[in-house]
Design a binder for this molecule. Sequence first.
Ligand SMILES: Cc1ncc(COP(=O)(O)O)c(C=O)c1O
Length: 342
Amino acid sequence: MDSHVIDLRSDTVTRPTAGMVAAMMAARVGDDVYGDDPTVNQLQAVVAERAGKEAALFMPSGTQSNLAALMAHCERGDEYIVGQLGHTYKFEGGGAAVLGSIVPQPIEHDPDGSLPLAKVAAAIKPHGPGLGVHFARTRLLCLENTFNGKVLPAGYVREAAGFAHGKGLSVHLDGARVCNAAVAQGITLAEACAPFDSVSICCSKGLGAPVGSVLAGSREFIVRAHRWRKVLGGGMRQAGFLAAPGPGPCQRRAAGQGPGRHPGTHRRRASHQHGVREVPGAPLPAPGTALEGARDPGPDRTVGAAGHPPGRERGGHGRVRRGGEGLLQGEVMPPPRQPDLT
Ligand SMILES: Cc1ncc(COP(=O)(O)O)c(C=O)c1O
């Protein structure tokens, strides 16, 4: 039965809960290009507060949020340091270079997802008259947490950000799933975001909302990003319908009282892992992963969602097959009366 087959590709192949849909239907809206949408304004205020930043900006996607951040930090001909497998480098169509005229300087990750500081140091170019005229100006370090489902060690994050700041760089976090990192480490979202000048948080990943990301940082940074959002086509009119599912989950998951007390996703993941272990020959999740952990199970294996009554798992319906780079891919098989997600 479809409802006993789960889709392990990603936490993005979810569907909004009934509560989210109700919140969208009931949303108070206005024209967000004029800053008039009360629901968007509420989401921005909540996320800014929970992330410990001065201001925040609702964005249509994580990709655009990261790109607006890079463009707000860097000018044409500047350079940012990023991991070889960093989402902003490898999985966002080269937007920083294509649309921002920003030069990526990718470096190898350590196995835990961190970027070794010796390599970061070696990648920073001299700038100014003389030798410096040869190089793009290194302006930014970009980290990702969680990275491929792994939580970056908090000590490393603090050290890396301190190091970059000491070299005059700004530091951006692709924190698509930073709420999961905070829950996994038992710290608040503000603590997880504190080392960074800017953070992009996806509402549509571990938080389960159908659309949207929020970029947070200083007021002045958000003013710059706001302009780039418009340039990139991300200024939306009655966007409150899209923002409405965000504040609830963000508040619950990221609230000071939250991490550790609302670990629903993590509890379900543990239950999922338990279920997968029951399947003969099924892969074990990668050690140390916070959320995404399932490894390639081999060709055309269907993994059953053991332990989940039909209809309980939100979105997870698919036939698992071998995917690129050890990730799982699947064919989405929508349950009855649900639109196809592909
Ligand atoms: C770590 C990370 N950053 C950014 C993004 C981009 O988000 P979006 O798909 O909303 O553009 C993703 C998407 O999966 C992601 O995994």
